[in-house]
Design a protein around this ligand. Structure first.
Ligand SMILES: Nc1ncnc2c1ncn2[C@@H]1O[C@H](COP(=O)(O)OP(=O)(O)OP(=O)(O)O)[C@@H](O)[C@H]1O
Length: 588
């Protein structure tokens, strides 16, 4: 019952809906008492040996009227109570989604995507059930069960009521206990089924890799094992189901047997009329659902409460990247200026002892380009992540036009940055919408200009419905280079003060790379660009190149200065040049 208290805020908000819904439910319970009673009166008429058609007609009319009224009442309570449950679902889902949108990188490091999806689906459904099935079973078990029992006592006989109903509480206990097992088994079976689905999807998506590495047989064996496990888990569902159904039949059957024996005795004694016994039997039918409802109620409330706690715990987590220290007087014009990094030390929150960046210090003037190079894992992406404020805790500061980025409102800062990440994400929609993602109202002309600058326009014209071609699972699959260029077009459309390319040209050929870089230089004359790359040709024209090793700057300067230095950069440059020449010979 605690969960009703926890959801008090919702029931208070939806007070009118629930008061009317519960009123309709109570009226339904009372209207339900009429047909059995009328059935009894009809039977008594028959028992007299003659039929008074006028009285009989009135009874028939009463049954028809009760049926129509019941129909309407049921419609109204369903509309109100199920409507309430749907509203709660909507509100919980929006709350969670907004929360997910607000959270930062550390939150997504702590929680796996699958778990977050489960909270947003299974837990929300369990909470929604409290506001729908929970309210229904509570009112039904109390009002329908209570009023039917009172009707049995008043219209029939209190001794028969007590004795005949003795087995029914076992129905409630059975529904509660077995229902819980059944539900658990069902959850496990659903989880097993989704694991099987994931496996199938992964194997089908990775079929080329599987075959190339000759792993087909092993994968089939692993799949067969998983199918066997899933079947075992499913068998448990059938086991609990097989115990559950006959239990209901047994208990209800027992109730009828007691009624026939004891009730029959009372009829032969003339304590009861035949009509009363008929009414009683019909009332037993009315009692079955409320007994099940009590059992279900416990399950619904327990599950709802556990799910609500889980969701609350998640919602309680506060994002660490906030506008807490923001100066809201700062707007986009105030941050046009030098980008200055003065980082003494940075460590990721999950490994605070491990220094990932040390002494990263440089200044870029508007219009300048920075090149970040170095071995894998040397800290290039981390430097970028700090500018994007994915992490705020570090020794030192990063400033834009002299303003600490942690004091710039997030919206203002991020609006001025276009970021092309290593793993670019495309949505399953049209090419046009994917490019216009940063500015959904962008004109076709602007979209085409952006894709021309990223050397993508000609590729798009080759596609089945050019800019309206769908990409992703239901549309064309794009090559790695096309995906990268589409992300660049998306970033260029935003035309921000700072553009970040994180290994964003790795999948395009050298010629395309040169074309894109030269159009970028023209486009971004007064704007700042950061390029992290493995291929040194991507950064050779940069105003400043930083070579990183284990999170520290080990070489710095322009391309010419670094070649003259004859260190890691010069060595890599020679190697990459040699590779290019060999490649050209082979192609030729
Ligand atoms: N979220 C994270 N939590 C903890 N450690 C991380 C995290 N992301 C990266 N690291 C570690 O920080 C170091 C720097 O990684 P980073 O991604 O910045 O390197 P990189 O130079 O961009 O590498 P690559 O060239 O492969 O993109 C690596 O040792 C990496 O394992």
């Amino acid at each position: 019952m605690n969960i009703f208290k926890k959801l008090g805020w919702f029931f208070k908000k939806e007070k009118r809906r629930y008061i009317s819904g519960i009123t309709f439910l109570i009226l339904t319970a009372f209207a339900n008492l009429v047909p059995p009673r009328v059935l009894g009166l009809m039977s008594d008429q028959l028992d007299k040996g003659y039929i008074s058609w006028s009285e009989y007609g009135i009874l028939i009319l009463i049954v028809i009227a009760a049926a129509i009224i019941l129909y309407m009442l049921r419609y109204f309570w369903r509309k109100q109570i199920w409507g309430g449950a749907a509203e709660l679902e909507r509100q919980m889902r929006s709350k969670l989604f907004e929360h997910f949108m607000r959270m930062d990188a550390t939150f997504y490091q702590r929680h796996r995507t699958g778990d977050l999806m489960a909270h947003a689906t299974n837990d929300v459904t369990a909470i929604q059930n409290v506001a729908g099935d929970g309210v229904l079973t509570l009112v039904d078990s109390l009002v329908t069960g209570g009023s039917t029992m009172v009707a049995m006592m008043i219209f029939v006989d209190w001794r028969l009521t007590i004795i005949a109903l003795l087995p029914l509480p076992f129905l409630a206990v059975g529904a509660w206990k077995l229902g819980d097992h059944l539900h658990n088994a069902f959850d496990k079976s659903q989880a097993a089924f989704s694991r099987l689905n994931n496996k199938t999807q992964e194997s089908v998506s990775g079929i080329k890799v599987l075959k190339t590495f000759g792993q087909g047989k092993q994968d089939t064996a692993a799949f067969d094992k998983m199918v066997d496990q899933t079947i075992e888990i499913n068998k448990k569902v059938f086991k609990w189901d097989a115990l559950f159904d006959p239990l209901g039949t047994l208990i209800i059957g027992l109730t009828y047997v007691i009624t026939i024996i004891y009730g029959g005795l009372l009829v032969t004694n003339h304590t009861l009329s035949v009509g009363q016994l008929v009414s009683f039997i019909a009332y037993i039918g009315n009692m079955v659902w409320p007994m099940f409802a009590i059992g279900y109620l416990f399950n619904i409330l327990e599950r709802g409460s556990a799910s609500y706690d889980r969701v609350e715990r998640l919602l309680y987590e506060k994002p660490q990247i906030t506008d807490e220290n923001a100066d809201f007087d700062i707007d986009k014009e105030d941050i046009k200026g030098d980008l200055d990094y003065q980082i003494d030390r940075f460590a990721y929150p999950d490994e605070p002892e491990l220094t990932v960046l040390k002494n990263i210090k440089f200044t870029l003037k508007p219009g300048q380009t920075l090149g970040l190079v170095g071995k894998v894992g040397s800290g290039k992406t981390t430097i970028i992540q700090l500018l994007l404020r994915e992490f705020d805790k570090y020794d030192g500061r990063i400033t834009l036009a002299g303003k600490d980025i942690r004091n710039i409102p997030l919206k203002v800062l991020l609006n001025e940055i276009s970021y092309v990440p290593q793993n670019n994400f495309l949505f399953s929609t049209t090419i046009k919408e994917n490019i216009a993602f940063s500015d959904i109202n962008a004109s076709d002309e602007k979209i085409i200009t952006a894709s021309k600058k990223s050397d993508l326009h000609d590729d798009i014209l080759q596609m089945p419905a050019d800019y309206n071609t769908l990409v992703g699972e239901n549309g064309v699959s794009l090559s790695g280079g096309q995906r990268q260029r589409m992300s660049i077009a998306r970033a260029l459309l935003k035309n921000s003060q700072i553009l970040i390319l994180d290994d964003a040209l790795s999948a395009v050929d050298a010629k395309t790379e040169t074309e894109i870089l030269s159009s970028l230089r023209k486009e971004r004359a007064n704007k700042t660009t950061l390029i992290a790359a493995h291929r040194l040709t991507s950064v050779m024209d940069a105003d400043l190149i930083l070579v990183l090793k284990d999170g520290q700057i080990v070489e710095r300067g322009t391309h010419e200065q670094l070649i003259a230095l004859n260190g890691w950069y010069a060595e890599m440059w020679r190697r990459q040049e040699l590779q290019n020449k060999v490649g050209e010979r082979l192609d030729g």
